[in-house]
Design a protein around this ligand. Structure first.
Ligand SMILES: *[C@@H]1O[C@H](CO)[C@@H](O)[C@H](O)[C@H]1NC(C)=O
Ligand SMILES: *[C@@H]1O[C@H](CO)[C@@H](O)[C@H](O)[C@H]1NC(C)=O
Ligand SMILES: *[C@@H]1O[C@H](CO)[C@@H](O)[C@H](O)[C@H]1NC(C)=O
Ligand SMILES: *[C@@H]1O[C@H](CO)[C@@H](O)[C@H](O)[C@H]1NC(C)=O
Ligand SMILES: CC(=O)N[C@H]1CO[C@H](CO)[C@@H](O)[C@@H]1O
Length: 545
């Protein structure tokens, strides 16, 4: 009893000790030690709080050091200054679950997060221009970012306070789009850096895909391959914040697949070339619940072909093959982060990288040729390195791992028709009318206008459907009555259904990536009142401009 109490007290004291997170040009340092850090993205709203401990535990068993997540502004602040941190949106509970499992956390506050992230009310604010030196935007971004940082600080979740968060992120992949913003874009990035820095979180801030990230922001790489990435400052380590394990799925598209061998190759090559931090986007993709799929056409499944599948099960061999890679990389952490580096080029895209310390050496043999295997002779031995692969030799003698040689079991998910006994025999479609009570529609659920309004503005993201209706009257002797005329609609709806006098005359949807199309169809009008009704539908809302 006494010893147990002593142990508990020791734990509670040690948990409030600050962890000092810093970096040099080689790696992130934790309490002064350079670290090899493997991290995986798990977005808390894409699973349930009941799943979190299991997902994070599986991440840890899979060799991760950290879990990374975005913070979803649209979900947390659906209406201006009205917040939701309940259930799946309990960010603090998620971070504490990570802490309980003994992992680090990487908090990408953004608050821009690509297709998802911005609330619709922000889009609808007067004078709003996203992601530039726009006063209204900057005020809102600062307000939300500050609130999140304050919440997290209050719970002592930054490493500087004894918590799990070792890195925070401001903005997101802005470098990819900043060109058109010109000087304002540059000023905005400086402002972001300054604003973030002033929040004094006590851990480094990162900016991904931001070559001009001002010091002390760490610029990092996102992509399928990042081995050629060079940080913008000699004091910034080589970090990869989004290594895409697959891709999101779109309606009508096939299941995205990125081979295990290719993911492993890209990571091993990144470490061969001096990388020390890697994050998998995604480690668990999960589900876009309710209406949260970004748009257009992103499915409710956000499986991402990740090492943990949508339901949180191990996706083999990806999970196991990467776990082996992580174990090998961790076993040579010291050499990787402190060793002197030398390389040998064998030609034909084959190379060796040797990390050497006084205690010993570790080697990477890389073969970047997609078609032919390489035979590498090194210190009197000969090694076959398959095409498009990397071999790791922790002692420069014995091969411990090759990215193309999979030795873990493979699991296949078979989707069966509904015939098993324990599933209900009748899975039926059903429908219900939309709840109109919550509608923030101008007026009372219907309104009369003399022009067409953008659906986002009218529905305020409370519905995926909007009816536009108008009437045309013709006198009996009007020469157009009964004649074939053309009804032309220039539309940005993801899907458009067109009705004349209650009869459907056609429908059309935006081809992938095109947001403007012209619907055109022959119609005949009767004398008297004719009703033209258009049903405009969104399939996943993108609020990024
Ligand atoms: C955000 O703005 C509201 C006013 O709209 C203000 O009351 C609140 O203090 C601000 N929050 C932060 C963290 O700045
Ligand atoms: C997959 O996950 C579900 C839900 O956690 C579980 O019921 C099922 O047994 C798992 N399947 C496998 C093959 O592990
Ligand atoms: C790296 O090389 C330098 C110069 O040869 C040497 O002084 C240093 O000790 C080496 N470092 C390690 C970790 O071996
Ligand atoms: C449709 O509208 C867009 C923008 O509102 C415009 O750029 C385009 O030229 C229009 N297309 C046609 C065929 O009218
Ligand atoms: C969305 C995106 O930028 N995807 C690109 C990522 O990088 C790979 C390879 O470098 C490209 O093929 C993708 O188009």
């Amino acid at each position: 009893m006494v010893s147990l109490r002593f142990l508990l007290c020791f734990l509670c004291v040690s948990s409030v000790y600050a962890t000092i997170v810093s970096h040099d040009g080689r790696a992130i340092t934790i309490d002064g030690h350079r670290r090899v850090l493997l991290s995986g993205s798990i977005h808390y709203p894409r699973s349930t709080p009941e799943m979190w401990p299991d997902l994070i535990k599986k991440g840890k068993e899979g060799g991760l050091d950290a879990i990374e997540t975005y913070v979803f502004w649209n979900a947390h602040e659906p209406t201006r200054r009205q917040y939701d941190f309940s259930g799946k949106l309990d960010l603090i509970r998620f971070l504490k679950t990570i802490q309980d499992e003994g992992l680090y956390a990487v908090l990408r506050i953004g608050p821009y997060a690509c297709a998802e992230g911005f609330p619709v009310w922000l889009h609808n604010m007067p004078g709003m221009v996203f992601r530039t030196t726009n006063k209204a935007y900057m005020d809102e971004m600062q307000n939300f970012t500050t609130m999140i940082v304050d919440m997290v600080k209050k719970e002592k979740l930054f490493a500087s306070q004894g918590g799990p968060i070792i890195l925070a992120q401001i903005e997101n992949e802005y470098g990819n789009v900043m060109g058109p913003y010109g000087e304002s874009g540059k000023a905005y990035i400086k402002w972001c850096a300054h604003m973030a820095q002033s929040l004094d979180v006590g851990v480094p801030w990162i900016m991904c895909q931001q070559n001009d990230a001002p010091q002390p922001m760490l610029n990092t790489c996102n992509g399928f391959y990042c081995d050629n990435f060079v940080p913008n400052n000699p004091n910034t380590p080589k970090m990869w914040t989004e290594n895409w394990t697959g891709w999101f799925k779109q309606w009508g598209g096939k299941n995205p697949h990125r081979t295990t061998e290719d993911v492993a190759f890209s990571v091993a090559r990144f470490f061969q070339r001096g990388g020390t931090f890697n994050n998998y986007y995604m480690y668990h993709g999960g589900t876009n619940f309710d209406r949260t799929a970004g748009g257009p056409y992103i499915t409710t499944s956000y499986d991402y072909d990740a090492p943990l599948d949508e339901y949180g099960n191990l996706s083999q061999p990806k999970y196991g093959h990467l776990k082996q890679l992580h174990d090998v990389l961790h076993s040579i952490e010291k050499t990787l982060t402190y060793g002197n580096i030398s390389t040998i080029d064998f030609g034909n895209s084959a190379s060796a990288t040797i990390y050497k310390t006084e205690e010993g050496s570790s080697c990477f043999f890389g073969n970047g040729n997609e078609n032919s295997d390489a035979t590498i002779s090194f210190q009197g031995e000969s090694y076959v390195v398959p095409a498009w692969s990397v071999t790791i030799l922790p002692d420069c003698k014995n091969e411990a791992y090759n990215t193309a040689k999979i030795t873990t079991q493979t699991s296949m998910m078979v989707k069966k028709p509904n015939e098993a006994e324990d599933t209900p025999s009748t899975l039926k479609w059903s429908w219900r009318p939309e709840n109109m009570d919550n509608f923030l529609l101008k007026g009372k659920g219907e309104s009369t206008q003399t022009q067409l309004f953008d659906q986002k503005v009218v529905t305020n993201d409370q519905s995926d459907y909007l009816w536009y209706m108008t009437t045309v009257k013709f006198k009996k002797r009007d020469p157009f009555v009964g004649k074939t005329m053309s009804l032309r609609i220039n539309s940005t709806a993801h899907v458009l259904y067109v009705f004349v006098n209650g009869n459907i005359i056609g429908y059309q949807h935006a081809e992938n990536g095109k947001f403007n199309y012209v619907f055109e169809k022959d119609v005949k009008f009767k004398s008297g009142r004719n009703v033209i009704a258009l049903l405009s539908i969104t399939v996943g809302l993108a609020v990024s401009s």
